[in-house]
Design a protein around this ligand. Structure first.
Ligand SMILES: [Zn+2]
Length: 452
């Protein structure tokens, strides 16, 4: 009973302080494929300046599969891929018979089962905006302001539009929530591999220069210090090699299945007995794990959706699945298990809603959504995230980390136990009359006989 009361009190304090939080506009920026350890490997002076005035989460545990579209949709919904339905870069929907690809992604059918933050904020009466964020140009599901995807639009152009949208036209408030997407350092990570220090140093220098531009533009427009800014990413990057190829044709004739997605997570629809196809694939390669859909581990949160195909193959870190041959498609890749540090991105944030000088080792990426809802004071849709850890990043929130709360409760219980035992021992000492209760041998005095 006591721990429950204590916890209730603590969360009551937390809730009360949250209610007093005033909301400011929020800008969410994603640099695709920014692996968490780039922060240690490369200088990044502008990014470091940004989080020195705010918070840093060194590693985000993102969602499986660790690809761009699933993770960007998770950031704005707080949902695992199986729940929001954007499961991969290439999908097949067996109910509608439709196919999804990065070139054919704007059918609302794929995106409509859940509501991204820009729609929720609109329902709360706010204008919203997005520049190239995956899913933000889908018909009838767009923010107030948006672009159709065009990789040729420069970072500066995207940024200039976002700040204009956030400033408004002077007659009504600007966008309360805006999201900005940039393709680097993902593109360089694929082309050169994350272990190519020279090439990645150049790519990361450009990313850091863009972060400098972002900070300068926010200062020039007067938005710096008035809005909350989150800079994050969707996934990391692993080094691949032509020496680490897994060839499906070595194990199974291609006539036996339809391939929906290939690497590093292959999705297959068997054309004949699924168990037989599975048993061939299960023994195909020591660096590739095969799963029947029903056996995909719970922890991946990647089973409960009809768009997940009957057989899933997951390559080990740095291995590439191909159909045949010796050609390596990319020197760097992502999509692997989300438990791998190489797949993790980071998060940095600053603004009036954030604490200053706080660093956190890790956070679940699905926790960012409830954090953003709290910052905007809009009601969160049902999600897989939690504010339990994320609230420690926020100014004006009482932060009680779970480990501290548990330690406090255990300490108080221990103290109460010791006091009770001591009291009973003192009460059990022999006096003139009969002893009131049986003593506790292991803590009380030694040579006295037990009361019969
Ligand atoms: Zn990529």
């Amino acid at each position: 009973m006591f721990p429950r009361l204590l916890l209730g009190f603590l969360w009551g304090v937390v809730g009360a302080s949250a209610a007093e939080n005033n909301s400011q506009p929020l800008l969410l920026v994603s640099f695709d494929g920014f692996r968490a350890d780039y922060l240690q490997r490369f200088p990044m002076p502008n990014l470091k300046l940004l989080y020195s005035q705010g918070v840093l989460v060194e590693q985000l545990t993102n969602v499986f599969i660790t690809k761009t579209f699933p993770n960007h949709y998770s950031l704005v919904t707080g949902l695992y891929a199986e729940s929001h339905g954007i499961l991969a870069s290439t999908m097949y929907d067996p109910i509608s018979g439709k196919h999804f690809s990065l070139q054919n992604d704007s059918d609302p059918m794929w995106w409509s089962s859940v509501q991204p933050l820009w729609l929720t904020a609109q329902e709360s009466g706010y204008e919203t905006a997005a520049a190239m964020w995956p899913g933000s140009d889908v018909t009838n599901r767009t923010p107030t302001h948006f672009f159709h995807y065009d990789p040729d639009v420069t970072f500066q152009q995207r940024l200039g539009n976002v700040t204009n949208w956030m400033l408004g036209d002077g007659k009504k408030p600007g966008a309360m929530f805006a999201a900005l997407y940039w393709e680097e350092p993902d593109r360089s990570g694929h082309n050169f591999g994350p272990e190519n220090t020279t090439a990645m140093a150049k790519a990361l220098k450009e990313v850091d220069d863009n972060i400098g531009l972002l900070m300068d533009e926010l200062k020039r427009t007067g938005l710096w210090g008035r809005i909350n800014l989150i800079v994050t990413s969707d996934h990391g990057m692993a080094q691949c090699s032509a020496d680490r190829l897994i060839r499906l044709d070595d194990c199974l004739h291609p006539d036996n299945y339809t391939l929906v997605d290939l690497t590093p997570v292959a999705a297959l629809r068997p054309k004949e007995d699924p168990e037989r196809v599975f048993s061939l694939l299960n023994e195909c390669h020591p660096h590739m794990k095969a799963y029947m859909k029903k056996s995909i581990p719970d922890g991946l949160h990647y089973r409960n959706n009809p768009r997940i195909q009957p057989i899933l193959l997951i390559a080990d870190e740095g291995w590439t699945i191909v159909r045949r041959g010796n050609k390596l498609p990319r020197l760097g890749d992502h999509g692997y298990y989300n438990s791998l540090p190489s797949m993790h991105p980071f998060l940095a944030a600053t603004g009036p809603g954030f604490r200053q000088g706080v660093q956190m080792k890790s956070l679940q990426s699905v926790d960012i959504y409830p954090l953003m809802c709290r910052l905007l004071a809009v009601p969160a849709q049902p999600n897989n995230g939690s504010l339990t850890s994320a609230r420690c990043l926020l100014a004006g929130e009482s932060c009680w980390e779970t480990s501290v709360v548990i330690g406090l409760v255990v300490g108080v219980l221990l103290l109460l136990t010791i006091i009770t035992v001591l009291f009973r021992c003192m009460g059990s000492r022999p006096t003139a009359g009969p002893r009131p209760f049986q003593r506790l041998d292991f803590l009380c005095d030694d040579d006295e006989p037990l009361v019969p």
